[in-house]
Design a protein around this ligand. Structure first.
Ligand SMILES: [Zn+2]
Ligand SMILES: [Zn+2]
Length: 282
């Protein structure tokens, strides 16, 4: 069998963030599906990597240590996947947690400011609306609309949450560029996650010039034509490709009905790129 016939799932969430997989369940499924490699990419978390790696090692499945970071640029949330990261480095962990906490703190402060204005929201509801995403102004805006304080989310921004408005709280977010540097600082590769959902392909050139290593081409929510499009873009710009299901609770290689088949060769390409980078640094 050639390596092309092996498959991988490089975008998996576990119970360490907003998924439901325990290490045992995940490794069992990966084994049943005959996967050669998996990457654990929890949101701002790495706790599942170690237990999964030791279980997977016993059944011959390679585990790539990963993470999914939430970044912001021009008001858009962009997710960046880091692969082959040395997540054990304390400086890395501190920075990831700093930005994660900054988002939650900001949501709390917005709710506090609203309360001072006589507008009462439950922070728990705001966090619930945010769900697996990173909490931010859109979720506060939806809670305001739900409670009938505003006619819609646009009004929430113009009356309360927009820059200079009474419940505005300045942000302290990770930018995509900072996330590339952060991933590189622990020896990893940075990928633009599910670009087909974000619909901001215009950013790819800028990201590439800032150090982005690749695109998530295969994703359970990408159409066949999007997959082809991102393969073309990656080829043109000498970017790596990766892919995964982004599953939180469904089957591996599957998420909400969309299935992905990602060849093991993408992992080999990543390793080649990392080896080249090391050679250049030496
Ligand atoms: Zn994502
Ligand atoms: Zn994800």
């Amino acid at each position: 069998m050639t390596s092309q016939q092996y498959f991988v799932d490089l975008h998996i969430h576990t119970a360490a963030s907003d998924g439901i997989f325990t290490p045992q369940e995940l490794v069992k499924q990966a084994s049943l599906k005959g996967l050669k490699a998996i990457a654990i990419t929890d949101h701002d978390a790495w706790d599942a990597i170690e237990p999964i790696s030791s279980l997977a090692f016993k059944v011959g499945i390679e585990v790539i240590p990963g993470i999914e970071l939430s970044t912001n640029i021009e008001g858009t949330e962009i997710h960046i996947l880091g692969y082959f990261i040395d997540y054990t480095q304390s400086q890395f962990q501190e920075r990831v947690l700093h930005f994660k906490n900054a988002r939650i703190e900001r949501a709390h402060r917005m709710v506090e400011k609203l309360a001072e204005l006589g507008v009462r929201l439950e922070i728990a509801r705001v966090l619930e609306i945010a769900g697996s995403g990173s909490v931010g102004r859109p979720h506060v805006a939806r809670a305001l609309a739900e409670e009938g304080y505003v006619g819609g989310t646009d009004e929430a921004f113009t009356r309360y949450l927009g820059n200079g408005c009474p419940a505005y709280v300045p942000k302290n977010f990770l930018t995509p560029r900072e996330s590339f540097d952060l991933v590189h600082s622990v020896g990893g590769l940075a990928f633009f996650a599910h670009p087909g959902i974000e619909n901001r392909d215009g950013l790819i050139d800028r990201f590439a010039s800032q150090g982005l290593d690749g695109l998530e081409v295969w994703h359970s929510k990408h159409s066949n034509s999007q997959v082809k499009n991102y393969l073309d873009i990656a080829r043109q710009k000498n970017l790596l490709v990766c892919g995964g299901s982004d599953c939180h609770s469904d089957n591996l290689m599957n998420n909400g009905g969309g299935s992905v088949k990602v060849p093991y060769s993408v992992v080999q390409e990543m390793k080649r790129r990392l080896a080249n980078k090391k050679e250049k640094q030496a």
